[in-house]
Each structure stands twice: as structure tokens, then as C-alpha cells.
Design a protein around this ligand. Structure first.
Ligand code: NAP
Length: 305
């Protein structure tokens, strides 16, 4: 009963690239909000890489609401890569496209092919290792989307293909038309967002061999400042394991996701070097079934049947 759960796969090859996906990723959604320049951004990139977090996740839309505007976060990372070209080979570079303010979404071939080229220009590199459809565009037929992505792969602009915020049927439909295997999916998953555990997303990912990148693994920070009774109960359940194994709650929360057999890759959202480095300690934490379910049940707010 008190046996530790097996540690899910340490490394996974990303379909179509042969690149290994690290057990944690680092995300740049909040980069531009923090008003960081290229020098500070470079420090964060180094903090992630030095901690073994080599999958770096951005998007063309990141920065849109801040001073950088659309493409702002990609631009900053591009500046970092231009100043220190050796960094590119140390990372698996992931970005996303298909959100087009104020429409809100556009994945027509006419728009998306140009959006991928624009990401490459901003990132100042020749190839994106993992290109992800950011959110499903209801008005684009999956066959048209697949053709645009396949063309970008054939031209060497994209290594692997991913989706984000897609339902399992939307993933099935796209996969049916793609000329190559899908590599990754990126849903929101945390101890405060349990949907993926039961709505088929994780089951499908395991069946298809997709890498699962979890966005907002700390509930956007809410797990660190719980307010509702449910949030407090989840924080308490995480703290029990965090205390026992000598790690901060944030680390326990990420390791809780990593204990799932899908090998969930939490995308660390912090823009502080110390916290990014500390996140790697999630690899040290082990979960028993009893402790894992205690967090799950507290998040559900009711016992399992
Ligand atoms: P998160 O880890 O759930 O939340 C990050 C927030 O928590 C930051 O404000 C951070 O502040 C705070 N935080 C982290 N550790 C903390 C600690 N120990 N104590 C107190 N506060 C702490 O992740 P997220 O930023 O919401 O999302 C992570 C990544 O997921 C994004 O960067 C992006 O790559 C991806 N994402 C994807 C989508 C999508 O639609 N595909 C949507 C949202 C996000 P500090 O920076 O001050 O540490």
C-alpha cells in the first residue's frame, strides 16, 4: 500500500525529430509581462538548460497584451539566440500559432503558412522543433490544417507537430489527415484542473504515444496562494508529501503530475531563475497511490465511488 508509484518514462523521443523531451519544460507566456529584456531572458534560458529543462515553450501570441505586442516573446528569445547561437542546439524549441487577434482564430492555409514563417523570422532560426496549433479553429477543416502543417514539415521548417487545447475527437480528425504522426498535445492540467484525467485526453495521448505538456501546472500560481476551501484542501494534501520529502509545495505539485503514467511534462511558468532551477527537484519526489489519490480526491471535492 505504501509502495512508490513507478517513475514515468524519463525521456521521450519527439515523433519526427528523434529529439528527447525533458521531463519538465519551461514556458515563456509571462516573459513579456515581467518586462524582461534580452539579458534577463538569457539568464532564465540558462537557468532552465542548466537544470536539465531543455524543452522551451513559447507562442507567437505571447506578448500580445504587453509591451512586446504580437510576437513579443518570440522576438525576445530570438534576440537571445542571436546573441548566443550555441544555445539553440541545447534546447528543444517549441512554439505555437493559429491565434489571430482579434478574430480570434485563423488556421486557414493562407494565414497559417505565413504565421509559421513569421515565427521562424522572429526566433531567428531555420527550424522549430515542435510547432503546435495553439487552439482549435472551428472554421478550418482539419484536412486544410494538416496540409499546411505537412508542407511546413516537408520544407524543413517544423520538426514535430503538436496541438494544444484540442478535444480527443479534434486530435483524431487532424491525425487522420496528417501525413506524419502527431508528436505532442498540450492541455491545461494541474491539481486544480483535473479534466484531462477523465475526459479521454490522457488516455488518447497514451494510446497514440503523444508527449503530454501540461500548461499552468500550478493553476497559474493559485496553488501557492489558495483561497477557496477546495484550493486549501489541495494545498494541504500536497504539503503532506512536500514536508515529508523536503521539497516546496510547487515542486510537489509538479511531481504529482509527473507520477501519471502518461509521463506528463509540466511546463514551469515561473520567470524567476531560482524557481526554474528548483522545479527540477520534482524528479526527486516519489508518490504512493494513497498520497496521489489524496490530492486527487481533495481536488474533486468528493470521494471516488
Ligand atoms: P503556473 O506554474 O501554473 O503558474 C505560474 C505562476 O505561478 C507565475 O505567476 C509564478 O510567478 C507563480 N509561481 C510559480 N512558482 C511559485 C512559487 N513557488 N511561489 C509563488 N508563486 C509561484 O504556469 P503558467 O505560467 O500559468 O503556465 C506555464 C506555461 O504554460 C506558460 O509559460 C506557457 O508556456 C504555457 N501555457 C499554455 C497555454 C495554452 O493555451 N497552450 C495557456 C497558458 C499557459 P513567478 O514568475 O513570480 O515565479
Amino acid at each position: 500500500m505504501s509502495e512508490f508509484l513507478p517513475f514515468a518514462q524519463p525521456d521521450r523521443r519527439l515523433a519526427g525529430t528523434g529529439l528527447a523531451v525533458s521531463r519538465l519544460a519551461w514556458g515563456m507566456w509571462r516573459l513579456v509581462d515581467e518586462g524582461l529584456g534580452a539579458r534577463e531572458t538569457a539568464k532564465l534560458v540558462h537557468a532552465a538548460l542548466d537544470a536539465g529543462i531543455t524543452l522551451l515553450d513559447t507562442a507567437d501570441i505571447y506578448g500580445f497584451d504587453g509591451s512586446g505586442g504580437f510576437g513579443g516573446a518570440e522576438d525576445l528569445l530570438g534576440e537571445v539566440l542571436a546573441a548566443e547561437p550555441g544555445l539553440r542546439a541545447r534546447m528543444v524549441l517549441a512554439t505555437k500559432g493559429g491565434i489571430r487577434p482579434p478574430l480570434p482564430y485563423d488556421q486557414s492555409g493562407a494565414y497559417l503558412a505565413g504565421a509559421i514563417d513569421a515565427s521562424l523570422r522572429r526566433l531567428r532560426c531555420e527550424r522549430i522543433d515542435l510547432w503546435q496549433v495553439h487552439r482549435p479553429d472551428i472554421l478550418t477543416h482539419p484536412q486544410e490544417l494538416a496540409r499546411t502543417i505537412d508542407d511546413a514539415c516537408a520544407a524543413g521548417k517544423i520538426g514535430a507537430i503538436g496541438v494544444s487545447n484540442f478535444t480527443p475527437p479534434q486530435i483524431d480528425a487532424l491525425a487522420r489527415f496528417l501525413g506524419r504522426p502527431l508528436g505532442a498535445t498540450q492541455p491545461e492540467i494541474s491539481a486544480l484542473r483535473l479534466d484531462a484525467f477523465t475526459n479521454g485526453e490522457l488516455d488518447q495521448a497514451m494510446a497514440m504515444g503523444l508527449a503530454v505538456l501540461a500548461w499552468s501546472p500550478l493553476g497559474g500560481g493559485r496553488l501557492l496562494s489558495p483561497r477557496t476551501a477546495r484550493e486549501v484542501a489541495v494545498a494541504d494534501a500536497l504539503d503532506a508529501v512536500a514536508r515529508e520529502q523536503g521539497v516546496p509545495r510547487a515542486v510537489a505539485a509538479m511531481s504529482w503530475l509527473m507520477a501519471h503514467p502518461a509521463g506528463i511534462v509540466p511546463i514551469v511558468g515561473s520567470q524567476r531563475a531560482g524557481r526554474i532551477a528548483e522545479a527540477a527537484r520534482a524528479l526527486e519526489v516519489r508518490w504512493t497511490r494513497r498520497d496521489w489519490y489524496a490530492v486527487y480526491v481533495s481536488a474533486r471535492g468528493e470521494p471516488l465511488p
